[in-house]
Ligand binder design. Structure first.
Ligand SMILES: Nc1ncnc2c1ncn2[C@@H]1O[C@H](COP(=O)(O)OP(=O)(O)OP(=O)(O)O)[C@@H](O)[C@H]1O
Ligand SMILES: [Mg+2]
Length: 219
């Protein structure tokens, strides 16, 4: 599959996000091809040379975690707050992770939480939706170590503006403590939500697990 630079949506530190050719509903996340693996020393270098899986481990962990969360969500009768993954696809550059694009009603790509906030669209309804979204992390056992306003994208779900996590989830540690010990997982979530709250004019109330607007508090 051929990707063109015109299809580039975002370029992060470690990977780039492209529109998937001929399908408006999908995006492809491509890790940069790593140079120097042949001469890399230590355990990491050894594993990457001898086990092809090691180079794609991050992507695989994300796909696996997202799939498990969908299963939990189905069994609990709630929605999954993570943008659905659609498997791996090879392109001329590298193997990539295919994901469903979080889209607005008109089909255009959704706004991130920081864009929504900057455009004065973070109203009471959006706050309620964000709190429902946050509750799902605790209910479904989501491991997320990098939840911030740029990794949350708002899209249309049955006519409602709804947030989805698009990045920064899954347990990539060799010993997956966050997967098995809830308080370790919760500690990180509280930290991420508290940091994020400051960027969107809120505070994270840990005991209630909710975001509250700061001006409402003071009124
Ligand atoms: N499923 C999606 N639907 C809509 N937009 C998305 C989706 N996934 C990613 N994006 C957009 O692409 C941007 C970058 O995506 P992502 O955070 O996954 O890439 P990244 O390279 O890991 O970035 P970084 O390492 O800098 O966090 C997001 O901030 C968002 O604007
Ligand atoms: Mg990101």
């Amino acid at each position: 599959m051929q990707l063109s630079e015109e299809d580039l949506v975002a370029r992060g530190k470690l990977r780039s996000v492209y529109k998937f050719p001929n399908n408006e509903e999908l995006l492809l996340k491509l890790a940069e091809v790593e140079d120097g693996v042949e001469t890399q020393t230590g355990l990491r270098g050894y594993l990457k040379r001898h086990y092809p899986y090691a180079r794609y481990r991050n992507m695989f962990c994300e796909m696996e975690h997202e799939t498990k969360i969908q299963m939990h969500a189905m069994l609990k009768g709630v929605r999954s707050p993570i943008a659905p993954t659609r498997g791996m696809v090879s392109s001329q550059k590298n193997l990539g992770l295919l994901v469903k694009q979080v889209s607005q009603k008109d089909g255009s790509i959704g706004l991130t939480l920081d864009e929504l906030f900057a455009q004065d669209m973070f109203d009471e309804k959006a706050l309620t939706a964000l709190n429902e979204f946050a509750q799902l992390f605790f209910k479904l056992g989501i491991v997320a170590g990098d939840v911030h306003a740029k990794n949350i994208v708002w899209g249309d779900l049955e006519g409602e503006l709804t947030p989805f996590l698009v990045d920064g989830y899954s347990d990539k540690n060799f010993i997956p403590l966050k997967t098995y010990i809830p308080w370790v997982r919760y500690r990180k979530l509280h930290k991420c939500f508290a940091q994020m709250a400051k960027k969107i004019g809120c505070e994270w109330v840990r005991s209630e697990r909710v975001f509250k607007k700061i001006d409402d508090e003071q009124a």
